[in-house]
Design a protein around this ligand. Structure first.
Ligand code: 13P
Length: 252
């Protein structure tokens, strides 16, 4: 039985003070909630990771980074390595977000290297996939997601998948207020699970967590999360407000 995961991707929002306030609000809200089968994650910006990991010590909140470099270390000005993240208590990383793909030209080859590096360090990866609006209009959404999955992840062995969580985020639904209809999310999640079953086996496919991301709000979370193959959400805008984020956690 897969547990549910609700992860807040704060993107390039919240300075140190705002991060501390938001974490404290989330912490106090979660303390009165029953979370036995739900994992709650937050992904602040790099500079606030250390402070946030300290604040969540002893709570059920996991802290994730929004990105990392594929190399162990070296002359990569401005970049952050897996080891650096681990040295501040971060063992989970979001990779392949559509904003990284679009604005920083991260392609499947680079993402495969990042995934490999994260797994070498026993880090957990939240790997994002999702089509653009043009792809969906041209009825290419399944093909696009299939290639994103195969090109970056199908070199992994069975054991590696223990540390992979997928997040289906249709680009047309990110930050637009337009959410995929629950049946569109379900259809894509089932498609992804089926591809994994074909490449690996049914058991492994059934164990992989697949989150949905794209304009999830307290008002639509219950409907989306009730879909059979949706194992929670990767939340952007609504994760910046503690009341909304907690309502979404409550909805899984
Ligand atoms: P929004 O929830 O703001 O649409 O962002 C989704 C997202 O990109 C999470 O990674």
């Amino acid at each position: 039985m897969r547990k549910k995961i609700v992860a807040g991707n704060w993107k390039m929002n919240n300075d140190l003070q705002a991060s501390i306030s938001l974490v404290n609000e989330i912490k106090s809200g979660l303390s009165s909630m029953e979370l036995s089968s739900t994992e709650v994650m937050i992904a602040p910006t790099f500079v606030n990771l250390h402070a946030v990991t300290k604040l969540v010590e002893g709570t059920a909140i996991t802290v994730a980074a929004q990105n990392m470099h594929f190399a162990e270390k070296g002359a990569y000005t401005g970049e952050i390595s897996a080891k650096m993240l681990q040295s501040v208590g971060v063992n989970t990383v979001i990779l392949g977000h559509s904003e990284r793909r679009a604005y920083f030209h991260e392609d499947a080859t680079m993402l495969a290297k990042k995934v490999e590096q994260a797994l070498e360090h026993q880090m957990k990866v939240i790997f994002c996939l999702g089509e653009q609006l043009e792809d969906r209009k041209a009825d290419q959404h399944f093909n696009v997601v299939e290639y994103q999955l195969k090109d970056a992840l199908f070199q992994l062995n069975d054991a590696d998948w223990q540390d992979i969580v997928l997040a289906y985020e249709p680009v047309w639904a990110i930050g637009t207020g337009e959410t995929a209809r629950p049946e569109q999310a379900q259809e894509m999640h089932a498609f992804i699970r089926n591809l994994i079953a074909e490449q690996y086996d049914e058991k492994l496919a059934e164990e992989v967590h697949i989150l949905y991301g794209g304009s999830v709000k307290p008002t639509n979370a219950v409907e989306i999360f009730s879909q059979k193959d949706v194992d929670g959400g990767l939340i952007g805008g609504a994760s910046l407000n503690a009341t909304d984020f907690l309502a979404i956690v409550n909805a899984v």
